[in-house]
Design a binder for this molecule. Sequence first.
Ligand code: FES
Ligand code: FE2
Length: 273
Amino acid sequence: MKYIFQPAEADNCVNHVGSYRRRLPVSLERMYENTLDWAHLPHLHESSFAQIRCLDAGAWGWKAEVANVGASNPPNSLIELKLDRQARRWITRNLEGPNKGAEIWTHVFVEGESSLDIVVDFYVPDVAPEAKEKVGLAYAKAYEQLYDEDVSMMVERQQQINRRVEGFDRSETLTLSSAKKLILPTLVTLSQRSFVVNQIDGEWIAYSAQCPHQMGPLIDSSIVQDEVRCPWHGFTFNVRTGECTSGGVCQLTEAPLVVNDGDDGLILKWTGT
Ligand code: FES
Ligand SMILES: [Fe+2]
């Protein structure tokens, strides 16, 4: 368990069912970005949320209809998140739906450049005093999973931002020997950029290992009818053309050609070289 659960028995707020704390290895910038990013809910947290329809969003927060996984009549909740940067806090309110009236208050404390403590308080109406701990613990466990998933995204995104390089050397090539022994998909680096090498219908192909939207990882996404789907927000891309096929205004960055070396090897090289 990565968090500390604290039951609400000692406080006087009737709706407070508990709180939990956790240290996160991320910057405040990544944390706020994640907080305002309503679109990742049904993708990164696909085991918790089935759908989201944003009604309004801005630097202040967002308001959306959200369907939980397993809901019989989606969308089943109207949720509003309001971010208060001065107070280093955001409040998530269930305005309609099965948890109507519940509020989750999250306070953040900066411990270092990439180290935050969060304290999350759960306020749920109409919970009998003897049931508070059980309800609070259930919220804390749900939040642990959500934060596990969020941390993986925030840390990966920060690493990608730190590694980003402008321009590249088009004269570089990469030779992969023993193509038959490659475990596909294979992640490779050429000109300081990462690519996925794979085979479609017997044809070798390379495509960017990074989603152009917010740098999500594409290595673990399987190809279905020439398309990969990013696990962070669900954008899909044609791996041959790079085109975004889900309506996003972005496309995969240029990828090298994969040519056979005449033996059992492959050479990755840039077009025009
Ligand atoms: S990072 Fe958002 S869809 Fe890939
Ligand atoms: Fe999240």
